[in-house]
Design a protein around this ligand. Structure first.
Ligand SMILES: Cc1ncc(COP(=O)(O)O)c(C=O)c1O
Length: 311
């Protein structure tokens, strides 16, 4: 079952693991058999970085951007993997092929690794753990919520300060997000948006945030992951002739916006129809959000930024 790219391959059947396929320790396995040590600092310290790219209709979308961001995250947390971009692409594609799905959630993860026995103080020199996996498509918010528009609350839990954990490194330090999600659940909202300590809008669990006022479209300039879908949305807005840019946003900017939408690899462009006690765009996805969403999926149909998977 050793299918490391470049090695002699016993070719497993396409779609043999429909629940998901993983690459761990240089081997491809069904997702249910994918394991790392409970002593790995990725588990005991959330000391990990990762990236997620989606496959739509048999092709990766903006794979280059995800690989570039993953490399930057690795560098930011001083981790390394032995695979170059071609090898990494081959591993991700093989996971997708083995899962067989034409619409897939594909993760690449690096954890600090297992520390040496009897020593806990040092983090340099630990051999990092690399894992990749492909799952059937995942949405950050359900298809039903996406159809009606998300109901969002602005959480009182602030985002972990960027000075402590750099949000541009895709990481597993999610304690603030988990608290905010419980706040949202208690308030009957679908999800939450977090502010930084200065009161500016940052992001939410799994998505970036955009505010639309007339033809002006703004997303936070700092304090959030530089989402690949955020980048796509900025480009989509330009193609639609909108004035798209980054800026500091306050909760009032969201409350007073004509429309608010979220962006995520896991779902694309998602309308927000309620925010705190405000109803936006007559409680249904607004016209700008719909245009951006339509063009986002048209880019997929047109093969823009596509890297096909060989099934
Ligand atoms: C905290 C956070 N912000 C933003 C995003 C959106 O980024 P992308 O569009 O690259 O999926 C994610 C995606 O998982 C995320 O976890």
């Amino acid at each position: 079952m050793n299918l490391d790219p470049g090695m002699t391959r016993e070719r497993l059947e396409t779609g043999c693991w429909p629940d998901g396929a993983a690459y761990v320790d240089g081997r491809y396995v069904p997702i249910s058999d994918a394991r790392i040590s409970v002593l790995d600092f990725g588990f005991t310290r959330s000391d990990a970085c990762y990236d997620v790219v989606h496959v739509h209709d048999g092709a990766f979308f903006r794979l280059d951007d995800h690989l570039r961001r993953f490399r930057a995250s690795l560098e930011g947390v001083r981790m390394s993997i032995r695979h170059d971009d071609d090898a990494l692409t081959a591993i991700l594609a093989e996971c997708v092929r083995l899962s067989g799905h034409r619409d897939s959630y594909v993760a690449m993860v690096c954890t600090r690794g297992v520390p040496p026995a009897r020593v806990r103080g040092a983090i340099s020199g630990i051999s990092n753990t690399f894992i990749a996996y492909a799952l059937p498509w995942i949405d950050v918010l359900s298809a039903e919520i996406q159809r009606r528009g998300a109901h969002v609350m602005i959480a009182s839990t602030p985002r972990i300060p960027s000075e402590s954990v750099d949000p541009t490194i895709k990481n597993y330090n999610r304690g603030d997000m988990v608290r905010a999600m419980f706040e949202a659940e208690d308030a009957g909202a679908d999800t939450a948006i977090l502010l930084d300590l200065a009161g500016h809008v940052t992001e939410g669990p799994g998505f970036n945030v955009f505010a639309v006022s007339g033809s002006s479209v703004r997303t936070p300039a700092s304090g959030s992951l530089e989402g690949v879908t955020r980048l796509a949305a900025l480009e989509l807005c330009v193609e639609l002739g909108l004035d798209a840019a980054t800026a500091d946003l306050t909760p009032e900017d969201l409350h007073d916006a004509d429309e608010v939408f979220l962006t995520s690899t896991a779902g694309g462009i998602i309308a927000v129809t309620r925010i705190d006690n405000r109803i936006l765009s007559n409680d249904s996805p607004g016209p700008v959000t719909r245009r951006v969403t339509d063009l986002y999926w048209k880019w997929h149909r047109d093969g823009r930024h596509a890297t096909p998977v060989a099934y």
